[in-house]
Design a protein around this ligand. Structure first.
Ligand code: G1P
Length: 289
């Protein structure tokens, strides 16, 4: 069955970005000139997703406004003859069908996904976490969907990370079965370095089947007292095989200030309109040239 629906859990308070996130949302912080979340929505659309559900918490207004039709702005751009900007703005509101559901309590990622149960129904679906911005030729989610189509089971995005960082991630023990594809045999949420089964970390892209919902509905709180998606997927692995896809591309952890800065620099160096000037500026600053 084709995967057409995606779930974006966006209920976090973004405390690592305070005070920028006091009145705004982390997802709409701009990476150069686009809100973070738009990069991830574009990745989903490029992978064939037709409907997106944002699982929101407080302050979803900025998100709604960003993906909605902006009549006043469009009229203004039209009057001024700014056609390029106008078509850009229209593209955003026409990109994909977006739905919203509210996660009433912050009970963890697993609980956020459970809030998507009615939206998902009986189809396989994707989950995309907005902190991970992945710059790749073939969209990361499309790479996961290739694995899903071949092996017909849930797929997690995997990346090898330095062992000193493994405690920030879900970590898997997995058997390598073909090029960049693994079968996951164990997983643990944010293990201590010495207890981590490998250096393979779960990155914020998943293809899941609806069989995850009854498990999430009875899942006990795990790490940090939260209902963890990792724990529920581990339970699911006893019923069906779970796969991992070590995707190709560069991932930026934009949930972190330094990661956000690195992503900004990397993306700016790739943007034709100012990459030459920006490169010269950086060289001057770093090498005093
Ligand atoms: C979540 C997941 C974790 C995963 C990570 C990827 O953690 O629980 O398994 O490795 O996303 O970004 P969070 O970073 O939301 O705490």
């Amino acid at each position: 069955m084709q995967v057409k629906k995606a779930v974006f859990p966006v209920a976090g308070l973004g405390t690592r970005f305070l005070p920028a996130t006091k009145a705004s949302r982390k997802e709409v912080l701009p990476l150069i000139d686009k809100p973070l979340v738009q990069y991830v929505v574009e990745e989903a659309v490029a992978a064939g997703i037709e409907q997106i559900l944002f699982v929101t918490g407080r302050g979803k207004r900025a998100l709604e406004d960003h993906f909605d039709i902006a009549f006043e702005l469009e009229a203004h751009l039209y009057d001024k003859g700014k056609e390029k900007e106008l078509s850009h703005i229209r593209e955003i509101s026409e990109m994909v069908d977006i739905f919203y559901v509210r996660q009433k309590e912050a009970r963890g990622l697993g609980h956020a996904i459970l809030c998507a149960r009615d939206f998902v129904g009986t189809e396989p679906f994707a989950v995309l976490l907005g902190d991970d911005i992945i710059d790749s030729e073939r969209p990361c989610l499309a790479q996961l969907l290739d694995v899903y189509r071949k092996y017909r089971g849930p797929v997690l995005a995997l990346e090898k990370v330095p062992m000193e960082l493994i405690s920030s991630y879900g970590c898997v023990r997995a058997n390598h079965i073909s090029d960049r594809v693994y079968e996951v045999i164990d997983m643990v949420e944010k293990p201590k370095r010495e207890e981590a089964p490998s250096d393979l970390a779960i990155i914020g892209r998943y293809v899941l089947t609806p069989e995850i919902f009854p498990i999430l509905a009875t899942q006990e709180p795990g790490k940090g007292g939260e209902i963890q998606l990792t724990d529920a997927i581990l339970k699911l692995s006893r019923e069906e095989a779970i796969y991992g896809c070590q995707f190709e591309g560069i991932r930026h952890d934009c949930g972190d200030k330094l990661g956000f800065l690195k992503a900004t620099v990397d993306m700016a160096l790739k943007r034709e309109e100012f990459s030459k000037d920006f490169r010269e500026f950086l060289e001057m600053r770093i090498c005093g040239k």
